[in-house]
Design a binder for this molecule. Structure first.
Ligand SMILES: *Cc1c(COP(=O)(O)O)cnc(C)c1O
Length: 412
């Protein structure tokens, strides 16, 4: 039944991309050009996003998870370091810490905002805490004033997971212009898409150089960076490393045209010019996409306002959500019944997210017994409704009608 409906035009997904002719032309132009990767379209896309969010530097990578990974590497996260994040997120927000040998620590959410609670966050800080990864869940900005205050007090880096929040505004500032680093994803359901893609933005030049390094194998041709590392070797008390510094010095002072160095263990997380051409073209439509998402959210809010069986999302004053997701909680009928009923009606509702620590991998690796009670209570009732720029008024009416019907039905 479900799979039959999926190919059917009646199936309404929770999110999907909007691609127009300008996007297609932009991609075709790159396909006919000299560079398919590491060419001018990458830099043009980086500049477009950096300018849009108000950041100095941007580094485009192959996906949002890679963005989080290189951000953690640039932040120096390693063995023994703890990084605090929310359990109500996609697993990548915590996996990136594990990739670096660090330990994710989960702080419970605020039951109103569904974002990480600053009070709970502060309780989780230990002498090993190195960074915080706040996630602007659904596109609704976290309480960044409180989070930054805690970070300053305890000397922690703040790496925002902004996968839902490109274009979201916190007290007059775009997400991407606030913390040490912000990561974005360009998966097809996200605010703009490159197919697969991600980006890190920052104002910090040192972090920027490290992000670029880790994106491509840890390799550089930057003379300053090579010299800096050579000096580190020189200062070592190990005679073998001092000898290594002597050996490298000639190439570092006057590198030949072929010369480069691998300074760290990096990855191939590069993104193609093909993807970035699509991304740059999509950026031209971001404000329109956001406006349409806001309209859809407002219509849901109004339709459900007088229905006590449906809890609608809270909105922070002075902020603008990116409305990546529209989450309701079903307050009376079980989530399972409502979910199955809506899927039966061809509505691609979803649940974002299973608390990360509840996954078997986490349970097997030290998180058995971890409980965030607000996160678990939210997870029990949460359903994400369709919200994306191409959702038609007629489709939304259909969704509203069925959501009300399912949520208010007498318990079976
Ligand atoms: C989508 C997403 C990611 C990962 O991005 P990918 O591009 O799919 O790798 C990370 N965090 C959150 C909150 C996301 O929604």
């Amino acid at each position: 039944m479900k799979s039959k409906r999926k190919g059917d035009i009646m199936y309404i997904p929770y999110g999907r991309q909007s691609i127009d002719d300008a996007d297609i032309e932009a991609v075709v132009k790159v396909l006919k050009s000299d560079y398919l990767t590491t060419g001018p379209a990458v830099e043009a896309f980086e500049k477009k996003v950096a300018d849009y969010v108000g950041a100095k530097y941007a580094v485009a990578v192959s996906n949002g998870t890679a963005a989080l990974h290189v951000a953690c590497l640039a932040a120096g996260i390693g063995e023994g370091d703890e990084v605090i994040t929310t359990p109500i997120t996609f697993a990548a927000s915590a996996n990136c810490v594990l990739y670096c040998g660090g330990t994710p620590v989960f702080a419970d959410i605020d039951p109103d905002t569904y974002n990480i609670s600053p009070e709970e966050l502060e309780k989780k800080i230990t002498s090993r805490t190195k960074a915080i990864i706040p996630v602007h869940y659904t596109g609704q900005p976290c309480d960044m004033d409180a989070i930054l205050e805690i970070a300053h007090k305890h000397d922690l880096l703040v790496v925002e997971d902004g996968a839902h929040a490109l274009g979201a505004v916190y007290k007059g500032k775009k997400i991407g212009s606030i913390a040490d680093m912000t990561c974005f994803s360009f998966h097809p359901v996200k605010p703009v898409t490159t197919g697969e893609g991600g980006m890190i933005v920052t104002d910090n030049e040192e972090l920027y150089r490290r992000l670029v390094l880790y994106r491509s194998h840890g390799i550089t041709r930057d003379k300053d960076m090579m010299q800096q590392y050579e000096e580190q070797l020189q200062q070592s008390s190990d005679p073998a490393l001092q000898e290594a510094a002597d050996m490298l010095r000639g190439d570092v002072i006057d590198p030949g045209g072929w010369y480069y160095q691998q300074l760290e263990l990096g990855y191939n997380y590069r993104i193609t010019d093909i993807s970035c051409a699509l991304g740059a073209s999509q950026m031209d439509k971001l404000d329109r996409f956001l406006e349409r998402r806001r309209q859809i959210a407002k219509k849901y809010d109004e339709a459900f306002a007088d229905i006590p069986q449906i809890k609608t999302p809270w909105q922070q004053e002075g902020c603008q959500s990116g409305w990546h997701l529209y989450m309701i909680q079903t307050m009376e009928r079980s989530r399972r019944e409502v979910f199955d009923g809506l899927r039966q009606a061809g509505i691609g509702v979803n649940v974002h997210y299973i608390p990360v620590y509840r996954h078997p991998y986490y349970q097997r690796n030290g998180y058995a017994g971890v409980h965030c009670l607000n996160a678990e209570a939210f997870y029990e009732r949460a359903i994400s409704l369709p919200i994306f720029p191409g959702l038609t008024g007629q489709q939304q009416d259909y969704v509203i009608e069925h959501v009300i019907k399912e949520c208010t039905a007498i318990r079976s």
